[in-house]
Design a binder for this molecule. Structure first.
Ligand code: SAH
Length: 260
């Protein structure tokens, strides 16, 4: 029996897959990719003769039986997932049937679209003395949120919040943020198809107008929403510098001056 690898394909740009992921794609005898988001990376790096399938129309059961069947034929089988496999990727649901079938598996981390979205906008997820915390979440839609994790509750911390799977719920996003103490003129960022060559869209707005702006740009899917007190910091005059590069700060690779 072969081994099944759950590989993070990254956010869309084929160059944003890891070196390890790319090597595994070259070695793979079969690849099952998750819809349109990762097809290109697949065809670029897969070897000739590799069996490639799209899981778009498949149920979870179809997916796991496909992987199990392929593992009987090939040493290396890949389930290629968008971004990082551990974020909204149904990873555990797929691992369990493989475990039950006695098939070896391993997960390879990927660049999440949350990182690619902030990179696309040249924004920082954290800033000294502004926020040192990032929340990855989604707004409640068909999937219910566990207790204590509503956006209204999470947003009270005033940290950076990256919202997946929520672009059609911008009304609700606004409602919840306002209830948590954010303001209509606070900055918000939407990035669609972050890192996709030629297709990425960056929309900056306020909590009040982002929905209209996204509608005007026809953004209704494949988009990340970010609210953060760090947004726009590139234009700030006053910035608390990171201690990491501060001359008076000793760390593992550099000793501070004697008088510090
Ligand atoms: N595991 C993925 C997330 C899968 S859930 C990751 O780590 O990125 C799918 C959601 O991810 C989408 O609804 C959207 O919110 C976000 N997403 C995926 N790719 C994206 C991209 N290239 N740009 C912006 N958002 C993206």
């Amino acid at each position: 029996m072969g081994k099944v690898w759950f590989v993070g394909a990254g956010p869309g740009d084929p160059e944003l897959i890891t070196v390890k992921g790319q090597r595994l794609l070259r070695e793979a005898g079969a690849i099952l990719y998750a819809g349109s988001l990762v097809s290109e990376a697949c065809t670029l790096w897969a070897s000739e003769g590799c069996e490639i399938a799209d899981s778009k129309g498949m149920t979870l059961e179809d997916i796991t039986s496909w992987l199990i069947e392929q593992a009987a034929k090939h040493d290396t089988v890949i389930r290629l997932q968008t971004g990082d496999p551990g974020l909204y990727g149904a990873l555990i649901e797929m691992l369990q049937p493989l475990d039950a079938a006695g098939i070896e598996s391993e997960v390879v981390a990927g660049v999440s679209s949350a990182f690619a979205s902030m990179a696309a906008a040249s924004e920082s997820l954290t800033l000294p003395e502004v926020t040192q915390t990032v929340i990855f979440t989604r707004v409640e839609g068909r999937t219910p949120m566990p207790e204590g994790e509503s956006l209204r509750e999470l947003a009270q911390h005033k940290t950076t919040i990256c919202m997946f799977l929520s672009i059609t719920l911008l009304n609700k996003v606004r409602e919840e943020l306002l209830a948590a103490g954010w303001h209509d003129d606070d900055k918000i960022l939407v990035v669609q198809k972050a890192s996709w060559p030629g297709e990425q869209k960056i929309v900056r707005g306020t909590i009040a107008n982002i929905r209209e702006k996204c509608r005007a740009e026809k953004i209704a899917a494949q988009a990340m929403i970010v609210v953060s007190p760090t947004l726009g910091a590139r234009d700030w005059q006053e910035l608390k510098k990171s201690k990491l590069y501060d001359a008076s700060f000793t760390h593992r690779f550099r000793k501070a001056g004697k008088n510090d």
